[in-house]
Design a protein around this ligand. Structure first.
Ligand code: ADP
Length: 193
């Protein structure tokens, strides 16, 4: 199994690049943002609870997200590997993920961190909001999401750096250029399927 974390602030292109990576490397995509939005859409108890945080630009509590990830991994036991998108977002989530994977005799192999300048992030998110229909893509909520990223999520990069798994990738380029940079890193571990 090859397990990849795609790491980066909101608006850094994780969703778009995950789709590219999935189509070439045939990994199973796990996006906590998509999973949560699906729960919200279906008005499940988890979704109703999560929406309160998401609409304010705050992170959903760790135990909620970790439980969701665990069942998703179990459902795809024979996958070639996983790409985690938008997860882990706190150090507690990173530690929980390591434990879950260890229990399944596997591990995170590589963490690719997309680096994008802050003004670009804000512009991308606000213009996405004009078409995405996402209630959390307004200027006010976007600024809160970026704050939340700096205080809780950015330290996760250090966690992986200390474990020797982190590679920075410049995400200011075009989608295709950025994908090439990501592929160069992935190809060291796994060839296209
Ligand atoms: P983006 O990366 O563009 O901000 P996501 O779609 O990944 O958006 O996440 C949207 C929202 O869902 C987050 O602002 C947060 O409220 C919630 N969320 C997603 N993933 C997590 C996670 N791993 N832990 C806690 N909350 C999460």
């Amino acid at each position: 199994m090859f397990n990849l974390v795609l790491f980066g602030p909101p608006g850094s292109g994780k969703g778009t690049q995950s789709e590219n990576i999935v189509s070439i490397y045939k990994l199973e995509h796990i996006s906590t943002g998509d999973l949560l939005r699906n729960e919200v859409k279906n008005q499940t108890p988890l979704g109703v609870e999560a929406k309160k945080y998401m609409d304010q630009g705050l992170l959903v509590p760790d135990e909620v997200v970790i439980g969701m990830i665990s069942s998703k991994i179990d459902e795809n036991a024979d996958a070639r590997g996983f790409i985690f998108d938008g997860f882990p977002r706190t150090e507690a989530q990173a530690e929980a993920l390591d434990k879950l994977l260890e229990f399944k005799n596997t591990k995170i192999n590589l963490v690719l961190s997309l680096i994008v300048s802050e003004p670009d992030l804000i512009n991308r998110l606000i213009s996405r909001g004009e078409t995405s229909g996402r209630s959390d893509d307004t200027e006010e909520v976007v600024i809160k999401r970026i704050k939340e990223y700096h205080s809780k999520t950015a330290p996760v990069a250090n966690y992986y750096k200390e474990h020797g798994k982190l590679e920075d990738v410049n995400g200011n380029h075009s989608i295709n250029e950025t994908f090439k940079l990501l592929s160069n890193q992935i190809n060291k571990y796994l060839l296209p399927a």
